[in-house]
Design a protein around this ligand. Structure first.
Ligand SMILES: Cc1ncc(COP(=O)(O)O)c(C=O)c1O
Length: 416
């Protein structure tokens, strides 16, 4: 569900025509709908209304501080995976006591930064990391709250690059190893065990994997209880999918009910780490057609957004719907490609879309998550601007990069 809709044949974000933003800000430009973001946070929160819970938005999905500030205002906490993300959250006014920190390779500096900031807990991903966190806390005379990331070996049935909850993945520790780790914490003077965490993967579009993991986790938590390990939190991660094209993922309500039903008698606060389901359909990438080109039987539509702006089609083979800014009946089958010097630089292949001419605008839909946050300067292309629409107004929340920005951190040396 989102607020990008046609009004009298013209595509709008809420009450702002998209061609107005393109005229004022240029293209390519990411455009987010505040009303959509707020609705998604509310719907997700309501799905867990019956149980004590904390929603920690997964910052990696879209980390613009202006969005984080709004999430803070709407009551979410944050799931981070780096010191940089913690910096962003604090800059946005996020409460450190609602921040959780995952990731298989946290550096000593990042751990110390998180301890000093007073985050809610670390999601520990290995025995080596548990020891590292303990030693850093002990040396600083502090206590570290931790959950252990349990890897339940459940196939999330999503793209392999965004699957994380199987034994073959680098994430978390197996349930037997996790049980051992919990036992070992009794000897760690500066560790406070507060929870258990599990994240299966991203863009999960069926309930089966979640249900399977909930059965394992439930059993695991009961075993821990019999070992005398008392937990406060069950962090069930993120992963709920969205509809990019024809997918029909479970609604937040169905997902929330399954989690609540499986856990409500455990007496735990449920932590969730949604990313994509909050921001994915709340953003688009607006691009302009540069030219058309025929190569044998192939027709190419060359646009000004490249794989440096949106790498998802190249990286995951992902599908983004392409909507013209002006509705039209005529259609053609084209490859929509960017200007980057890679054959992987495409937004769509052999796709039937509205017949467009050079200079016209195209909206790449469902580009709010893992889109700008995965963008780069490849081919020395300045990164796109980002705009947030609120009703009839909009603001640039990240200016377009300049050529000077490209070389800002490069240090010129003279040969000696
Ligand atoms: C640990 C962790 N939590 C939460 C998320 C967010 O996942 P999603 O955006 O699919 O909700 C991710 C992303 O893969 C993750 O790795």
């Amino acid at each position: 569900m989102h607020y990008f809709e046609y009004q009298r044949g013209e595509l709008y974000c809420e009450e702002v025509p998209l061609d107005q933003i393109a005229a004022d800000v240029g293209t390519p430009v990411y455009i987010y709908s505040e009303k959509t973001l707020q609705r998604h946070v509310r719907v997700f929160d309501e799905a867990f209304a019956g149980v004590p819970h904390l929603i920690c938005y997964a910052v990696k999905a879209n980390s613009n501080v202006n969005l984080l500030r709004r999430f803070e205002e709407w009551g979410t906490g944050f799931d981070i995976v780096s010191g940089g993300e913690l910096f962003r959250v604090l800059k946005a006014g996020g409460s450190p006591d609602k921040v959780i920190f995952a990731g298989v390779g946290k550096t000593p500096e990042e751990i110390r930064y998180a301890l000093d900031s007073g985050i809610l807990f670390f999601n520990v991903e290995s025995s080596a990391e548990l020891e590292l966190i303990h030693n850093i806390a002990r040396d600083a005379g502090m206590r570290a709250r931790i959950s252990i990331r349990a890897n339940p070996d459940v196939d999330p049935r999503t793209h392999p690059y965004i699957s994380t909850g199987m034994q073959k993945h680098k994430f978390g520790v197996s349930l037997p190893e996790a049980r051992e780790l919990y036992r070992s914490t009794q000897k760690l003077s500066n560790i406070d065990v507060v929870g258990v965490q599990c994240h299966l993967g991203s863009q999960i579009t069926e309930m089966g994997p979640f249900e399977e993991a909930l059965v394992s986790l439930r059993q695991f938590i009961l075993e821990l209880k019999s070992d005398g390990v008392a937990l406060k939190y069950l962090d069930f991660g993120g992963g709920l999918g969205i509809s990019y094209n024809t997918e029909e993922p479970p609604s937040p309500a169905v997902y929330g009910r399954a989690v609540a039903d499986a856990t409500k008698d455990l007496g735990l606060t449920i932590v969730l780490e949604p990313g994509r389901v909050i921001v994915g359909n709340a953003g688009i990438l607006l691009t302009r057609v540069l030219l058309k080109k025929n190569q044998g039987t192939k027709k190419f539509l060359v646009v000004d957004a490249g794989m440096n702006d949106l790498i998802r089609p190249a990286l995951y083979g992902s599908h983004h719907q392409l909507w013209p800014i002006r509705q039209r009946a005529d259609k053609e089958i084209v490859d929509v490609v960017g200007p980057v010097c890679e054959s992987a630089d495409f937004l769509a292949k052999d796709r039937e879309i509205a017949l467009l001419e050079p200079g016209e605008l195209l909206a790449v839909m469902s580009a709010g998550a893992y889109a700008f946050s995965l963008s780069s300067n490849y081919n020395s292309r300045p990164r796109a601007a980002e705009v947030l629409v609120t009703g009839e107004t909009y603001r640039v929340i990240r200016r377009r990069e300049s050529f000077e920005d490209l070389v800002r951190n490069e240090i010129e040396t003279t040969s000696c």
